[in-house]
Design a protein around this ligand. Structure first.
Ligand SMILES: *Cc1c(COP(=O)(O)O)cnc(C)c1O
Length: 343
């Protein structure tokens, strides 16, 4: 057991390390030059991912940031606009890539309290066809949003809405698998609501690297061009796709355990005095503690000394459950947090 193993890392579900089965599959993956379309493992992964998400085609990307960027560059051209939540990952946490690299203007809209984008607000933001305005092309949703799940009906409503307004609909589905599991629907049910979806294999699904972007054949042909332009054309990427295939399969099947663990840990934390958990937000694998910045930081520092890592930000302290944190570790987490507030 390494020192790394005794630390309980709850900062994010990105910290999962590949399973022995993944390492095995990576070691034995059949590979080729994927930029030439020659990598059989990448090709198989893309076919499986497209099918799982109910789309014609898929393109394997190194990161979710790139998958979203490529999606935006494919949907929108220079001088176009996309409508996006004001705290959305694509807008706020990806370096403004669509504007920086694509000349694409983001039009933000405030997320509703449940993480939904209110369509009546979006309707007012769609620009008329007039030389004064950027051309509104796309609406971008996020599911899950800070761990909160958007219902299938809300996604279907968004699709009807964009169809009525001549826009396209993209899902930043970094954690769409968590949403599907929490909703008890298939990834395909979610995927079919959108013109394009990005999905991270490297979060709760547990692959070391990789995201996928799905859409129609035409969309993905164009996306492949933008992936190359943005430096994401990888060569013998089959070693990564081999792990990504297992993420879609075994990683997906066990994802509910993270949700169960989050609910169990939330119950333990709720029993502690001195702070509160953001009510109603523990819907998938994340728990948010409502703390002032300085308290959150002090908690993170204290917990780190006890071998428990969590993420403190201006947004609250975040605890994320994932495959490398077993249920047996939860009492120790609650004990450390309890000791901090006791002191
Ligand atoms: C993690 C994440 C992404 C992509 O992040 P990468 O680290 O680039 O893979 C995109 N959207 C959301 C909501 C995310 O949580």
């Amino acid at each position: 057991m390494s020192a790394q193993d005794s630390v309980i890392d709850l900062r994010s579900d990105t910290v999962t390390r590949p399973t022995p089965a993944m390492r095995q599959a990576m070691a034995h993956a059949e590979v080729g030059d994927d930029v030439w379309g020659d990598d059989p493992t990448v090709n198989r992964f893309e076919a499986v991912a497209a099918e799982r998400l109910g789309h014609e085609a898929a393109v394997f990307c190194p990161t979710g940031t790139q998958a979203n960027l490529v999606a935006l560059l494919t949907h929108c051209g220079r001088g176009d606009e996309y409508i996006v939540g004001d705290d959305a990952h694509t807008y706020k946490w990806e370096g403004g890539g669509a504007a920086v690299l694509g000349g694409i203007q983001p039009q933000t809209v405030a997320f509703a309290e449940n993480g939904l984008i209110p369509l009546d607000a979006v309707a007012k933001l769609i620009k008329p066809d007039d030389v004064h305005y950027a051309r509104t092309r796309l609406l971008c949703l996020e599911n899950t949003q800070h761990g909160r799940v958007q219902s299938l009906e809300s996604m279907q409503r968004a699709r009807e809405f964009v169809d009525g307004h001549g826009l396209s609909l993209h899902l930043d589905g970094a954690r769409a698998a968590n949403a599907a599991v929490a909703l008890g629907v298939s990834l395909e049910d979610i995927g079919r609501c959108f013109h394009s979806v990005s999905l991270c294999l490297s979060k709760g699904l547990g692959a070391p690297v990789g995201s996928v972007l799905v859409g129609s054949h035409d969309f993905v042909r164009e996306a492949r061009r933008w992936r190359k332009v943005t430096g994401g054309g990888m060569r013998q990427a089959g070693v990564l796709a081999a792990a990504a295939l297992l993420a879609l399969d075994e990683g997906y099947k066990r994802l509910h355990e993270d949700h169960d663990n989050a609910a169990a840990l939330a119950a333990m934390l709720e029993a502690l005095p001195g702070f509160s958990i953001r009510a109603g937000w523990t819907q998938t694998n994340m728990i948010w503690l409502d703390l002032d910045d300085d308290v959150g930081e002090a908690l993170a520092t204290f917990a780190k000394e006890q071998g428990v890592l969590l993420a403190a930000s201006a947004y609250g302290a975040r605890v994320v459950l994932h495959r490398d944190v077993p249920a047996s570790a939860l009492p120790r987490v609650a004990e450390v947090v309890g000791r901090f507030f006791d002191a």
